[in-house]
Design a protein around this ligand. Sequence first.
Ligand code: ADP
Ligand code: MG
Length: 250
Amino acid sequence: MDNVLKVESLSVYYENNQAIKNISFCAEEGKLIGIVGPNGAGKSTLIKAILGLEKAQGNVTILGKKVTNVRKQISYVPQRNQIDWDFPVLVEDVVMMGRFTHIPWYKKADKKDREIVAESLDKVGMVEFAKRQIGELSGGQQQRVFIARALAQHADLFFLDEPFVGIDITSEEIIINLLREIRNMGKTVFVVHHDLSKVEQYFDELLLINKELIEYGKVNEVYQPDILQKTYKGRITLFGSNENMMVVSE
Ligand code: ADP
Ligand code: MG
């Protein structure tokens, strides 16, 4: 299988604070990958550095190219608290933003773009909300609209930062099923995720970080008590044997 993402010695400093240290890994296509680690571990920073949104040292190669040359193929759903939900914009316009990478600046969205927007809203069960203001929706519905925007972009690589935080269970199920569908199409999906109880169920692979890369591999290989303890630096409690391990985080 081909590597879609190659990260080499990636480091980010915020003034004197080193948020991520020397992170290296390669990811294959067609995987659903959880990025896991405690609060402040640098998960959001890692995504932003990969996407070139944060100044970083090191090298990132996406689909064999520099990120600036493959932006169209990358979809990013930021952490909820980084989005201005009061911004006056209609749901259908948020999803149309996913098409903008494909529409030349001198053209308007055409029928095909509008069809893709409608299809994407349908996939997340939000068609009847198309003309609503984004700020009027519940957290779960807002997150579904952002997933629709990512779908409309027809990207090859997806990065979602804590998409399940503050949303209802129906929205969570719709979103995880869509992410699986995207993975089954051979695309690669990275999801920053906090809730350790779901990671075995949700992901193919895990990238565990705490500033440094602790471990990266198949879920059944790295979802292990010693590795989790190392990642969370003893801030979690593990119960039971490995087969039915229960985890209470932070
Ligand atoms: P996570 O997403 O794992 O919770 P972050 O990547 O948001 O972690 O943050 C990693 C560390 O970098 C934290 O100590 C955080 O306070 C710090 N940090 C994040 N963003 C900034 C910023 N823009 N300026 C200064 N420090 C930051
Ligand atoms: Mg974060």
